[in-house]
Design a protein around this ligand. Structure first.
Ligand code: AN7
Length: 361
């Protein structure tokens, strides 16, 4: 039996391509190295000859892609002597910030929009011991406050305006290129602040320049229709969507993401909430992969663009599933009213009849 070295996180793995030194104390929870799952059933269901992979970022330590950026941001904050970090968040950034701060032994302050973050994410921030400032306002207002307070208080901002975040997140592209042996033709992501689409493009470009890959994907960003500044062409003041992770109207990486779209030859599009939820159910029920609503926007958008021919047959497509479905149990349960969930007596007869009645379904 050959023994491969223990995987200890993306900073150790990609040290040569990240801004760390040999003696940097790395704050890691073993993030990265997530599965790239080839879809078997959905391409058949839509009747198209395409190769679709989902990059299941929900299997990171705190259940989202934010861990890739947070290991870098917190490692650098600690290296620079910071004792506290702060972020505004729709939920996942706050969970990741709280966890990595706990790991580092520093304080995390998180600003979240009251009543608008998924239950799992709130549970995480509480459990990891963050100081939670729940604001009567949305993410964009929280983000402005964080920028203002950081200029006056000794706290390091760990939102994606912190450049180390994007450095960590670019490693997802490295993993994809290594696994597929090449870049895909299309890479689809949900877009909120547009940090992740920017980071992925950085990663693909870096590997192409280094000669690891010889092509670049078209980058396609999908937004929720009620929170779609890239489709409107301007900031949106009162964003709304069931996909609370991307309930963002003032994207922090606005210019960067437009450059990604132009340089890669990709595009932005939008999905209404029901299309997002439909894609979430489709993926869970036909492939056994449970992602959170925001994440499903990537697959839902890709399926639509495959059906309408904008993404041609024969293409190799990667969709990033940014967060785990367990983050938002309320939205999952509320859309599964037709699930078979029977309450029966604890008798053999009742179990048998429950099976017989439902087997033919
Ligand atoms: C599951 O946690 O902004 O376009 O504060 O949690 O890089 O912003 C979350 C964003 C997609 C959008 N999918 O990524 C936050 C936050 C999920 C997310 C996005 C987020 P960006």
């Amino acid at each position: 039996m050959s023994v491969s070295p223990r995987y200890t996180g993306l900073i150790d793995k990609y040290r040569d391509r990240l801004p760390v030194r040999d003696n940097t104390r790395v704050i890691s929870l073993g993030e990265g190295n997530t599965p790239l799952i080839r879809l078997h059933n959905i391409p058949k269901l839509i009747g198209k000859d395409v190769d679709i992979y989902v990059k299941y970022e929900g299997l990171n330590p705190t259940g989202s892609f934010k861990d890739r950026g947070m290991t870098m941001a917190v490692t650098k904050a600690v290296e620079e002597g910071s004792r506290a970090i702060i972020c505004a968040s729709t939920g996942n950034t706050s969970a990741a910030a709280a966890a990595y701060a706990a790991r580092a032994g520093i304080t995390a302050f998180v600003l979240i929009p009251e009543g608008k973050i998924a239950m799992g994410k709130l549970a995480q921030a509480m459990m990891y011991g963050a100081i939670i400032l729940q604001i009567r306002g949305n993410f964009d207002e929280g983000m402005e406050l964080v920028k203002q307070v950081a200029s006056e208080a000794p706290v390091t901002v760990v939102n994606s305006i912190n450049p180390f975040r994007l450095q960590g997140q670019k490693t997802a592209s490295f993993e994809i290129v290594e696994e597929l042996g090449a870049a895909p033709d299309y890479h689809c992501l949900p877009v909120g602040n547009a940090g992740n689409i920017t980071a992925h493009w950085m990663g693909y470009s870096e590997y192409q320049k280094a000669g690891v890959s010889n092509s670049l994907p078209k980058m396609v960003g999908y937004q929720a229709a009620g929170s779609a500044p890239f489709l409107r062409g301007h900031m949106v003041d009162k964003p709304e969507t069931v996909a609370t992770a991307i309930r963002i109207g003032h994207p922090q990486s606005w210019d960067k993401a437009w450059n990604v779209q132009k340089e890669s030859g990709g595009w932005f599009d939008e999905l209404v909430d029901e299309e997002i939820l439909q894609a979430q159910r489709l993926l869970a029920q036909h492939e056994g992969v449970f992602c959170e609503p925001a994440s499903a926007a990537s697959l839902g958008g890709a399926i639509r663009d495959v059906k309408n021919g904008r993404i041609p047959e024969g293409s190799k497509i990667v969709c990033t599933l940014t967060g785990n479905g367990l983050k938002d149990p309320d939205t999952a349960i509320s859309q599964c009213k037709n699930s078979v969930l029977l309450t029966i007596d604890a008798t053999l007869d009742a179990v048998k009849s429950g099976i017989l009645k439902n087997f033919a379904q």
